[in-house]
Design a protein around this ligand. Structure first.
Ligand code: ADE
Length: 408
């Protein structure tokens, strides 16, 4: 684990936290006028989540900045959305924070991935890190073609809901596992889309940090969708791969393992690890013995077998440089990657405009088709709708966040 005092804001932390607090603040403001009427003054509206303790002593959001957040996000008409507005169809992800459900919004029949988080776990785990989120970072809007979009967030008494785009193509690595390796043009395409998303985040001073196989999804057209899920896959019986292990070290940069300071260059290491696995079928420094693998990442030189082009191997060598100051991207970030010979055939502007046809289109009979989602998830029982919606519409009726994304 990286030293907490130095860890930067990460995408995973920020995305959930932004929406959570934006909504919280809105409700807080609104409540001063509305809630006493609606709920009666005896109900301690935020007591159970101890919002004051996050909003005040931590100093993340002063009342002024809270007002700014509120203003930014209420400049367009808000839709009131609650847990009860969705039919929950399948489990498509799970972890220690909660689970991800495929859901259909009743109003428009659109599919969404709904991340349901247990508040007590989120607040406990993130409380320490929260205080490092600066106001201006918190208020940033993320809008990039290869980042999952947040549509709404709302909460019930015990749970926090994030309603996200549903990436129906499944995990990139689900496909990789089936095919063992990808050919270079396909690996190049995915690496470039991931790099472009990371470069965008870095431009907002956000470090993704959690680049790992389960966070890289495909949409129905075959484009990359980076998710913000910091969910480890603990507790899923029968998932055969080593990635099921919570806190998998395969993709961790040496500086993280050494508990040293780290910066955005951890993401270029992560990209190197992803690219290595796509081209060779295994993560770099791989050993079936976990401890040995950690040792390899920290101390052993990178060994690259033949079978990958010279430019591919050169890129891997540069991204997986143990010294982060010498790693590709250390100086000019994604601009350095764009100039690398491995990407010389690629038109980056076309890539971001989604003008490059994806090398693989997931086969889907329709939005309900689950063939690209790991059965380890989909076979899990879907929580009863009454369980999902239990407290919705009572204490926090109308607790809503509506994204103001505009497509690039
Ligand atoms: N699993 C986790 N998040 C997902 C999403 N947004 N779409 C599809 N599957 C997911």
């Amino acid at each position: 684990m990286a030293r907490k005092t130095k860890s930067p804001v990460t995408y995973a932390k920020m995305k959930g936290i932004v929406s959570f607090f934006t909504a919280l603040i809105k409700e807080r403001k609104k409540c001063s006028t509305e809630c006493s009427l609606k709920l009666g003054t005896s109900i301690p509206v935020y007591n159970h989540m101890n919002s004051e303790c996050f909003l005040r002593p931590a100093g993340i959001l002063s009342d002024e900045s809270a007002a700014a957040a509120c203003f930014t996000n209420t400049s367009q008409e808000l839709q009131r959305v609650s847990a009860a507005d969705f039919n929950y169809l399948k489990v498509i992800g799970t972890g220690s924070f909660g689970r991800v459900l495929l859901a259909k919004r009743r109003e428009n029949n659109r599919h969404y991935a709904v991340k349901v988080l247990q508040k007590h776990i989120v607040l406990k785990k993130e409380a320490e890190d929260l205080i490092m989120c600066e106001r201006n970072v918190l208020l940033k809007t993320l809008n990039h073609p290869f980042l999952v979009r947040l549509h709404f967030s709302f909460q019930t008494k015990e749970k926090l809901y994030l309603v996200l785009d549903y990436a129906s193509g499944g995990e990139l690595f689900y496909h990789l596992q089936r095919e063992r390796v990808f050919r270079e043009p396909r690996a190049r395409f995915y690496a470039a889309e991931i790099a472009s998303a990371l470069g965008y985040l870095h431009s907002l001073h956000i470090v993704y940090r959690d680049l790992k196989p389960e966070n890289i999804l495909l949409d129905s057209a075959g484009h990359v969708v980076l998710t913000d899920f910091g969910l480890c896959k603990e507790g899923i019986a029968g998932r055969a791969t080593t990635r099921t292990f919570c806190g998998t070290p395969e993709y961790l940069a040496p500086e993280v393992l050494f508990q040293q300071e780290y910066d955005r260059t951890v993401d270029w290491w992560g990209l190197g690890a992803v690219l290595h696995e796509m081209l060779y079928g295994l993560p770099p420094f791989y050993s079936p013995d976990r401890m040995k693998m950690l040792g390899n990442i920290m101390y052993e030189p990178l060994v690259l077998k033949t079978g990958v082009s010279k430019s591919g191997r050169d890129l891997l060598k540069r991204l997986l440089h143990k010294d982060r100051a010498k790693r590709l991207g250390a100086k000019r970030d994604v601009a350095e990657l764009k100039c690398h010979s491995f990407f010389s055939s690629l038109q980056w502007d076309d890539l971001v405009a989604k003008k490059i046809p994806p090398p693989f289109i997931p086969s889907l009979s329709g939005p309900d088709d689950m063939t690209n989602i790991d059965p380890a998830f989909t076979k899990l029982p879907v929580p009863d709708s009454s369980d999902v919606c239990e407290e919705a519409g009572v204490t926090f009726s109308g607790f809503s966040y509506t994204s103001n994304f505009v497509s690039l």
